[in-house]
Design a protein around this ligand. Structure first.
Ligand SMILES: *[C@@H]1O[C@H](CO)[C@@H](O)[C@H](O)[C@H]1NC(C)=O
Ligand SMILES: *[C@@H]1O[C@H](CO)[C@@H](O)[C@H](O)[C@H]1NC(C)=O
Ligand SMILES: *[C@@H]1O[C@H](CO)[C@@H](O)[C@H](O)[C@H]1NC(C)=O
Ligand SMILES: *[C@@H]1O[C@H](CO)[C@@H](O)[C@H](O)[C@H]1NC(C)=O
Ligand SMILES: *[C@@H]1O[C@H](CO)[C@@H](O)[C@H](O)[C@H]1NC(C)=O
Ligand SMILES: [Zn+2]
Length: 307
């Protein structure tokens, strides 16, 4: 869709569950969002996080993965996933009432930290932690094994990648991304994000058309938004993560066909997470986002605050 005011491009101006997308995955999502958010949104993030650099979101993208191990941070551990009790590869689905425990889950966490950030924006107060949690959890929710209960989210399934032993969860979090990018640090993430941003923003990019439909959510219903993202991501457990069930991959080398199927899924999930994070932050900070289509046709007013 072309808009009079802004085109998409112009608008850019064994522990139970290991770490999530590793450092590179989370920083990649953050850099993609940084490349897509409005200037006003970027200025807000820089102010709240006290960092005027272009790495402002990438630098804090993995904070939640260390915070959960700090004194007083343990309560946030279950916020990194929702353990869908489905039956891959035969059926995949996420059910909030069935799968989100009393201790919370990634869907309730996104609801909670969206509300906390909104309350602070409305009050004009600075609250960095809820922003850091949102940057992290919008990444995690796009990792298929963060939306799956089987084998503790794949943590108990042993696999090999290029001869090295991994658990399936960590293979998706880290091993595949390292194999795709060839690196393990934030510089790697910057380069990876540049490639994925081009796939979104270039008129001939592989996500040029599809990405315009990736965000259709409203701040009025963060639960529906997060459930949509979790459900869509969980579907990949049946098609790409455990397509022939766990026994087909237990103890096996994944660097052949399995990896070739996984790569486009990993890359699209990074890109989707970046677009959705950008749109979510734009909505929070400014009340509108070009990702919903033409600003002239959509409400530019901020959504009324409902606490
Ligand atoms: C947004 O910021 C960039 C530089 O950070 C600048 O080039 C661009 O003109 C700004 N866009 C608007 C609409 O102010
Ligand atoms: C919401 O976040 C706050 C601050 O981290 C936390 O204390 C509280 O337990 C969370 N509530 C829910 C329901 O997740
Ligand atoms: C992994 O967990 C699944 C259930 O989620 C169980 O059926 C399986 O036996 C476990 N495998 C190992 C090796 O512990
Ligand atoms: C997969 O890994 C094995 C073990 O390291 C290696 O011998 C093989 O060449 C790799 N295959 C591919 C396609 O990379
Ligand atoms: C990132 O790793 C590369 C090697 O893969 C290295 O050259 C570079 O200095 C590292 N950058 C940072 C910021 O650590
Ligand atoms: Zn995480």
């Amino acid at each position: 869709m072309r808009c009079n005011l802004l085109s998409l491009a112009a608008a850019s101006a064994l522990v139970p569950h290991a770490l999530a997308w590793g450092t590179v995955g989370h920083a990649t999502v953050a850099y993609i969002a940084t490349g897509l958010i409005k200037n006003e949104t970027a200025a807000y993030c820089k102010k709240v996080l006290g960092d005027q650099s272009a790495n402002v979101l990438a630098s804090i993208a993995s904070w939640a993965d260390s915070y959960r191990y700090e004194a007083g941070g343990g309560f946030s551990t279950p916020f990194h996933w929702i353990d869908a009790i489905d039956n891959p590869p035969y059926s995949c689905d996420v059910d909030y009432d069935r799968d989100c425990t009393d201790a919370g889950c990634i869907v309730s966490a996104i609801m909670n930290y969206t509300t906390i950030q909104r309350v602070n924006i409305a009050a004009g107060t600075i609250e960095p932690d809820s922003l850091k949690f949102l940057v992290h959890f919008l990444g995690d929710i796009h990792q298929p094994l963060h939306d799956e209960n089987y084998g503790a989210g794949g943590n108990n399934i042993t696999v090999y990648v290029d001869g090295s032993k991994w658990n399936l969860h960590a293979a998706w979090d880290t091993a595949f991304i390292t194999k795709i990018t060839g690196g393990t640090n934030i510089t790697t993430a910057k380069a990876f994000s540049t490639r994925l941003l081009a796939s979104i923003q270039s008129p001939t990019g592989v996500y040029a058309t599809a990405s315009k439909k990736w965000f259709r959510s409203s701040l009025k219903d963060p639960k529906a938004a997060a459930m949509k993202w979790a459900t869509e991501t969980n579907n990949y457990v049946c098609t790409a993560v455990l397509p022939q069930g766990p026994l087909a991959i237990e103890g096996k080398e994944l660097n052949g066909t399995y990896y070739q199927v996984a790569v486009p899924v990993v890359e699209e999930q990074m890109a989707k997470a970046g677009v959705r994070l950008a749109a979510w932050l734009d909505l929070l900070v400014t009340g509108s986002t070009p990702f919903l289509g033409c600003p002239s046709k959509r409400a530019v007013r901020a959504v009324p605050l409902v606490v």
